[in-house]
Design a binder for this molecule. Structure first.
Ligand SMILES: Cc1ncc(COP(=O)(O)O)c(C=O)c1O
Length: 293
């Protein structure tokens, strides 16, 4: 089922499915749209609890304290949007089954990036038959606008009839849907694009590390380069921009104190010449700011 954005998908799905006397259990580093979906559910008298980031022992501990009979929905990013880490889905699934909880994965950064032909995090772990709901956005890999949630027909029908975020808001435009369908065709016809993407991100992880930058290792398209200090992060960003490189900078409260970063991310169509230029500019600016020697 489609919503107008990924953000709205999260709000409309979580707050409709989890209501009074039921529990939504969220990773502490989930994307803001999940947090706000949970807050909206709480406004509808659901219980909102959190577990330590990607820590399935903590998830187990949290679930063990909840009433056995209450309905429970665990929600997590598939690929965490700041660090690019993959959720520990096999362990999450084990814990969920132990307590009869359902799972919703927000795969905004996993679709088109990981899994068989870019089918996402759930495919990456071969757990399609285990995970209840997957949501995502058209605004990343598909270069369009819109959001989706996929799951059992019964659940989707329920959402269709009860979610205010779909009933009282305009549908995605035909142009956005057509662009997304075309992007899906391209992905199906050119599965090598997914390999290129990961090859590019791997090159950059290796390149930044060799230059002496602190990175967060992962296997996705997001390659965070840690700068630390907020002021330095802004100066770094500006100097990159002035040298022709656009990057997203993340600062607190989006990241912990002293973890400000250049959150770089890559496309399958970046060429070696682009990537080498990025490494060259990062090296120059990093030296100027004393981040590397
Ligand atoms: C993990 C995650 N979920 C959802 C969204 C929201 O998607 P949209 O931009 O379509 O609202 C984003 C980013 O934009 C995201 O990073």
């Amino acid at each position: 089922m489609l919503f107008s954005t990924g953000y709205q998908t999260s709000l409309g799905t979580i707050s409709t499915l989890v209501t009074k006397g039921e529990y939504v259990i969220s990773d502490k580093e989930n994307h803001a749209c999940i947090v706000n979906g949970c807050v909206l559910a709480k406004g509808g008298f659901a219980e909102f609890v959190r577990f330590k980031h990607n820590d399935m022992d903590d998830l187990d501990k949290v679930l063990s304290g909840l009433p056995t009979k209450a309905a429970k929905l665990i929600v997590s990013d598939g690929v965490f949007s700041v660090t690019g880490e993959l959720v520990n889905l096999p362990k999450m699934n084990e814990v969920a089954k132990k307590y009869g909880a359902r799972i919703l994965i927000d795969d905004a950064h996993g679709i088109g990036v990981v899994g068989n032909g870019g089918r996402g995090t759930v495919s990456n772990f071969d757990l399609e038959s285990e995970v209840d709901l997957v949501m995502g956005t058209f605004s990343k890999t598909f270069a369009s606008l819109g959001g989706f949630v996929a799951g059992k027909e019964r659940v989707i029908n329920y959402l269709k009839h009860l979610s205010p975020a779909i009933i009282f808001s305009a549908s995605p435009t035909p142009a956005s849907c057509a662009a997304t369908l075309k992007a899906l065709d391209i992905l199906e016809e050119h599965p090598e694009l997914v390999n290129n993407l990961i090859k590019n991100a791997d090159k950059m992880r290796k390149g930044f590390a060799e230059l002496g930058f602190k990175i967060i290792p992962n296997k996705t398209a997001i390659v965070p380069v840690i700068v630390g200090d907020v002021d330095k992060a802004f100066v770094f960003w500006r100097k990159l921009f002035d040298n022709g490189i656009f990057v997203n900078t993340f600062i607190p409260p989006g990241v912990p104190p002293n973890m400000s970063m250049m959150r770089t991310s890559y496309m399958a169509t970046h060429e070696d010449s682009h990537l080498n230029k990025i490494l060259e500019v990062f090296s120059k600016v990093g030296k100027e700011l004393g981040l590397i020697s």
